[in-house]
Design a binder for this molecule. Structure first.
Ligand SMILES: O=P(O)(O)OC[C@H]1O[C@H](O[C@H]2O[C@H](CO)[C@@H](O)[C@H](O)[C@H]2O)[C@H](O)[C@@H](O)[C@@H]1O
Ligand SMILES: [Mg+2]
Length: 245
């Protein structure tokens, strides 16, 4: 990487840093990844953030003992580089809605409901035949949730999340703060939700990269074939020693 002090790096988690798995809980964090990210972050002067659909506490656990700036729930919650967290608050009615969804989902064999606090996901990876049922139901629950929420499609998943946020907004917020400001952004992701980051990055003259084995509909400027390929690049860049001026 030429002159790391010019760049800020924004990384998605599932499907980008970590291989996809059957269920949200069964992902495996490769042994060296947290330390590689820590070293890479140091090379970038701390200008490395994770931008994910996961809830922030879950994402944090994956990379222990290191603590990174993280935007969770597709940008609905965000911890900055000083450790301060901001989040979109949702009302008590959303708890009632999630409970009703979880009850109804018991009738959909193989479908998993992931309760993420201010967002909820319905996963049909283990039951692809349930896709239409799940999508129709999530539209119905979205109507009940109201206009503060939106539907987020992903890989074998449909989510209801706060509408007032996106990964693009989260990335912009980081770029207005130290140590990200005055740097060119690089965003790497693998999914529909990451396109919001790519658009912002493209407008700012940065670099957008989509992880995709096959050609994907994307605004990203380039692609990488797999999460494991990206991890090998991260390992290499993390290990490079900083050349003296
Ligand atoms: O923005 P990301 O960090 O990529 O998170 C997106 C969603 O990832 C998770 O679901 C996806 O990964 C699971 C584990 O590999 C997989 O089983 C599922 O089919 C995928 O959709 C996570 O569970 C969601 O909460 C995230 O929004
Ligand atoms: Mg992803």
């Amino acid at each position: 990487m030429q002159d790391p002090s010019q760049w800020a790096l924004f990384l998605d988690i599932d499907g980008t840093l970590i291989d996809l798995a059957e269920t949200p809980e069964s992902i495996v964090v490769p042994a060296g990844l947290p330390a590689d990210l820590h070293r890479l972050s140091a090379r970038l002067g701390g200008a490395l953030a994770l931008v994910t659909g996961r809830a922030l506490p879950f994402a944090d656990e994956l990379f222990q003992p290191y603590v990174f700036p993280i935007a969770g729930l597709h940008g609905s919650e965000r911890r900055d580089a000083t450790g301060m967290t901001t989040r979109v608050e949702v009302g008590a009615e959303f708890e009632t809605l999630k409970a009703a969804l979880a009850r109804e989902a018991q009738q959909w064999p193989g479908v998993l409901i992931e309760n993420k606090g201010a967002a909820v996901a319905a996963h049909y990876r283990r039951a692809p035949e349930q896709r239409e049922v799940v999508e129709a139901a999530m539209e119905r629950y979205l109507d009940m949730a109201g206009e503060d929420f939106t539907l987020q499609h992903g890989k074998m998943v449909v989510e209801i999340r706060p509408a007032r946020a996106s990964k693009g907004h989260a990335l912009m917020a980081y770029l207005n703060e130290a140590p990200f400001q005055d740097r060119k952004p690089i965003a790497i992701g693998d999914d529909v939700t990451d396109e919001a980051m790519f658009r912002v990055v493209n407008e700012l003259g940065g670099h957008s990269i989509r992880i995709s084995e096959t050609p994907a509909e994307t605004v990203a400027q380039s692609t990488l074939p797999s999460a494991s390929y990206l991890r090998s690049l991260i390992h290499r860049f993390a290990a490079e020693t900083v050349r003296p001026e």
